[in-house]
Design a protein around this ligand. Structure first.
Ligand SMILES: O=c1nc[nH]c2c1ncn2[C@H]1C[C@H](O)[C@@H](COP(=O)(O)OP(=O)(O)OP(=O)(O)O)O1
Ligand SMILES: [Mg+2]
Length: 196
C-alpha cells in the first residue's frame, strides 16, 4: 500500500487524514518519536506549515505534507489565528482554549460572532520548492460547547446550514466540508505541481 507522511502530532488531524486519504497508509510524527519538536515560530499558517513539512522531509529524505490550521474570529480581529493551539497557554488545552474564546465573546451577539476555520497544507520534498494549498470553512461561534466528535474548537463552531456544531457532525459530514477537506481538494487538484 502506498504511504503518505504527515508532519503532525495532533491525533484529531491524523484521524481525519486517515479518512480523507482513504486507501493510503498514513504516517505521522507519532511514528517517529525520536524527531525533536518542530518549533512553530512563523507569523503565518503558511510559514508554519512549510516549516513542519520541510523539517520532516529533510529528516526522512522523502515527500512530506503538513497542516497548519486554526480558528479566526472576526470580533477578535482574527484571533486566536496562528496561536490557536496555544491560545490559553503552552499546555495546548482544547477546553481552556474554547473557554477563553467564549469568555472574550461573552457580550457579542450572534450576528457578530462570525468565524472561520483555516487550513494550510504544505507539500515538501527534498530539493524542491514547497507548495502550499489553502482551505477555509465559515461558521459562527456558539454560546456554549455542544457535541463530542472532532477535536479542538469543534464544539463551539456552529455550522449554520446544518444547524449543528462541528462536534455534532459525523466524521463523514465534517470531512465533506471542513477547511482541511477543502485544502486537500486544492492539493489534489494541483497534483502536477508537486508529484514529479
Ligand atoms: O478541524 C478542526 N476543528 C477544530 N479545531 C481545529 C481544527 N483544525 C485546527 N483546529 C485548531 C486546533 C488547534 O488549536 C489549532 C491547530 O494548531 P496546529 O499548530 O495547526 O496543530 P497542533 O499544534 O495541534 O498539531 P501539529 O502542529 O503537530 O500539526 O487549530
Ligand atoms: Mg502545532
Amino acid at each position: 500500500m502506498k504511504e503518505i507522511v504527515i508532519a503532525t502530532q495532533n491525533k484529531g488531524k491524523i484521524a481525519e487524514f486517515k479518512q480523507l486519504f482513504e486507501g493510503l497508509e498514513v504516517r505521522s510524527l507519532l511514528d517517529y518519536p525520536t524527531i525533536p519538536d518542530i518549533v512553530e515560530d512563523g507569523m503565518t499558517f503558511a510559514e508554519n506549515a512549510a516549516k513542519k513539512a520541510e523539517t520532516l522531509a529533510t529528516y526522512l529524505n522523502r515527500m512530506v505534507i503538513a497542516d497548519d490550521s486554526g480558528l479566526q474570529v472576526d470580533a477578535l480581529d482574527g484571533r486566536p489565528g496562528v496561536y490557536s493551539a496555544r491560545y490559553a497557554g503552552p499546555s495546548k488545552n482544547d477546553i481552556d482554549n474554547m473557554e477563553k474564546v467564549l469568555r472574550e465573546l461573552k457580550d457579542i451577539p450572534s450576528e457578530d460572532r462570525t468565524a472561520r476555520f483555516i487550513c494550510l497544507i504544505a507539500v515538501a520534498s527534498p530539493n524542491q520548492e514547497t507548495k502550499i494549498y489553502e482551505g477555509t470553512c465559515e461558521g459562527i461561534i456558539s454560546n456554549e460547547a455542544r457535541g463530542t466528535n472532532g477535536f479542538g474548537y469543534d464544539p463551539i463552531f456552529y455550522v449554520p446550514d446544518l444547524e449543528k456544531t462541528m462536534a455534532q457532525l459525523t466524521a463523514e459530514e465534517k470531512n465533506k466540508r471542513s477547511h482541511r477537506a477543502n485544502a486537500l481538494k486544492q492539493l489534489l487538484a494541483h497534483k502536477e505541481e508537486w508529484s514529479s
